[in-house]
Design a protein around this ligand. Structure first.
Ligand code: DX5
Ligand code: ZN
Length: 218
């Protein structure tokens, strides 16, 4: 049976209450937490860095899986600090580095899982050459930088192609995913589903997460 995990993006939550929001999402049925790090350089927005992650880890305890989406230039510089802060997976953008091979190795040596992300304009072939060495491929379904954007359905061929080539690779989709669009992602074979505004913008996140799970769990 097809199963996928749901990871709320807490970018769309009340940022003054991040610890509580993380706990609330886990209580509402989230499988993991997707944490969006933006540096104002790789993307035109700023969020938070490893000091915040360290505090969140203390607040929520050891269990919730922290999937770090690093929308930053020079992703090499945050590997050790993020590992020390309690991150579980480090997903960097292929567009942000020329040292992909050594970065993958460094992340793995630091004890985290390795993810590689591509923006909508980057081909899946560029990612494919690394797919055998990583835990997760992140196919962006919006231009990274902001929550609440429209899902780009034309990214789905990237997901289906990756799924056909790499049956056991984790494939994540991120951007504009909610109850209206998750079917497309599930059909294409994504098994890690990020949802920001659809979950956190709702007055009833538990029901939205349950709805999403209905589509991806059989
Ligand atoms: C966008 C971020 C996403 C975003 C998702 O740059 O990487 O994780 O928060 O939010 P929604 O689901 O609202 O598009
Ligand atoms: Zn993200």
């Amino acid at each position: 049976a097809y199963t996928a995990k749901i990871g709320p993006s807490i970018l769309s939550s009340d940022l003054s209450q991040l610890g509580r929001e993380c706990e609330r999402m886990m209580e509402c049925g989230a499988d993991y937490l997707h944490l969006d790090v933006m540096d104002g350089h790789f993307v035109p927005n700023i969020t938070f860095g490893h000091p915040m992650v360290e505090c969140l880890r203390k607040a929520v305890g050891p269990n919730p899986f922290f999937d770090m989406h690093m929308m930053v230039s020079r992703p090499e510089q945050w590997v050790k600090p993020m590992a020390a802060a309690g991150a579980n997976q480090y997903t960097f953008h292929l567009e942000a580095t020329t040292n992909t091979g050594s970065l993958i190795k460094e992340i793995r040596e630091s004890g985290m899982k390795v993810g590689v992300a591509i923006k909508p304009g980057t081909t899946v072939e560029e990612l494919a050459q690394w797919a055998g060495q990583i835990d997760m491929a992140l196919v962006m379904t919006v231009e990274p930088g902001f929550g609440g954007q429209k899902f780009m359905e034309d990214m789905m061929p990237k997901v289906s192609w990756l799924r056909s080539q790499f049956p056991s690779l984790d494939i994540e989709v991120d951007g504009g995913v909610g109850p209206d669009t998750i079917h497309r992602c599930a059909e294409a074979g994504a098994n890690m589903i990020v949802s920001g505004s659809a979950v956190l913008g709702s007055s009833d996140p538990r029901t939205v997460i349950a709805l999403l799970k209905d589509v991806v769990l059989e």
